[in-house]
Design a protein around this ligand. Structure first.
Ligand code: SF4
Length: 175
């Protein structure tokens, strides 16, 4: 059974305002009610947000932010329709796989939301040492919140025992 319809449309992604570098989100209508899929996605995807009441779930997938609701999936940002079509195919393939394998997945029904960067930042060493590839701990905190980095990319957090409590607290946000 197909989860998504074959057609899709592009809408401007409101967070991008530079006309020289347009960005869009791909809106794909659902073929069926996607709500039953969400607890399984919540168990296996890189989830940024899950509200079982709405229901809605946002996850990160191959550089795209994907929002899943009962009746549609939104994927972004993409620069044009062709990349949007390819992103739609990849996301659709992933959703179909999760649904097909749901009997082997323990669903998660707990709501999830990532804390703001400042809350993440206070758990980092704060030395701006650059070992994570960012110039500052704040920049790393922003990347963590966007699920573009892993807590383990901050080596001092793992190598210095005095940060072990902070490390555990940080990992709990991303588990
Ligand atoms: S490696 Fe850790 S301590 Fe160093 S800049 Fe990155 S986040 Fe800060």
């Amino acid at each position: 059974m197909a989860l998504l319809r074959a057609d899709f449309r592009l809408e401007p992604a409101s967070c991008y305002v530079d006309a020289r570098c347009p960005r869009y989100k791909v809106i794909v209508p659902a073929e069926t009610d996607l709500a039953p899929l969400l607890p399984y996605l919540n168990a296996v995807a890189k989830v940024m947000y899950y509200d079982p009441g709405e229901p809605a779930l946002v996850f990160k997938f191959q550089g795209f932010k994907v929002a899943v609701r009962r009746d549609n999936v939104q994927i972004g940002p993409v620069p044009d329709a062709e990349i949007g079509r390819r992103a739609k195919e990849k996301v659709e393939e992933f959703l179909e796989k999760v649904w097909a394998e749901r009997e082997n997945i323990t669903p998660r029904h707990d709501p999830r939301t990532l804390p703001p960067p400042l809350e993440i930042y206070r758990l980092l060493p704060g030395t701006n040492c650059g070992q994570c590839g960012e110039l500052t701990c704040m920049a790393f905190a922003v990347k963590l919140c966007a699920l573009e980095a892993e807590p383990s990319d901050c080596r001092p957090l793992y190598e210095d025992p005095k940060f072990s409590d902070r490390r555990r607290e940080l990992e709990a946000f991303f588990s």
